[in-house]
Design a binder for this molecule. Structure first.
Ligand code: ZN
Length: 170
């Protein structure tokens, strides 16, 4: 399980090396805001977004979804966003520098991943990690392909296919 993930790309012909890792700079909800709604963004950071929506505030935190690849020690990593309730966010932020790894925050998946059928609003649990490592995400087993992959892993061929889509944006 020490092999380095690498493949000859069917799109560009180059060899891409290293376990795939793709991140989204903002939650899909935020990227889809109309220009006139951008003033509702009250906080925009690398790990946190807060957006006003009438009386309500949408909170999003950045996490890692780590999907195992068969035969490789390093997973396919998605840098994605998850919504959190106001109450969860309070605890999340206040314990940021003194993480309790037994904490678990319920949220809804808030990034639309390529390749998969709509991944928005999949039920998820955010698990914080110590030493400034981004929290990891657990997906509920509701039959969605992404949840299955996260739980049981995916083949090298599938990881390559998804990586090619991400790298060459189609
Ligand atoms: Zn390529």
């Amino acid at each position: 399980m020490t092999e380095i993930f690498s493949f000859k790309c069917s799109r560009c012909g180059n060899t891409h090396e290293g376990s795939p890792s793709f991140a989204f700079a903002a939650p899909t909800y935020v990227s889809q805001l109309h220009e006139s709604q951008q003033k509702n963004i009250i906080e925009a950071g690398t790990d946190l977004f807060r957006v006003k929506d009438g009386e309500h505030v949408h909170n999003f935190v950045r996490v890692c979804l780590e999907v195992p690849i068969y035969g490789y020690s390093q997973p396919f990593i998605w840098g994605v966003w998850v919504s959190l309730s106001e109450k969860s966010l309070e605890r999340y932020v206040s314990s940021w520098n003194d993480v309790d790894e037994s904490d678990m925050y319920f949220g809804w998946f808030s990034s639309k991943l390529p390749y998969y059928d709509n991944t928005l609003s999949l039920p998820a649990k955010v698990r914080p990690r110590k030493n400034g490592i981004r929290p990891y995400l657990q997906l509920e087993q509701d039959g969605h392909e992404l949840a299955n992959d996260w739980c049981t892993g995916m083949s090298f061929e599938k990881a390559q296919r998804i990586a090619e889509i991400c790298m060459h944006h189609d």
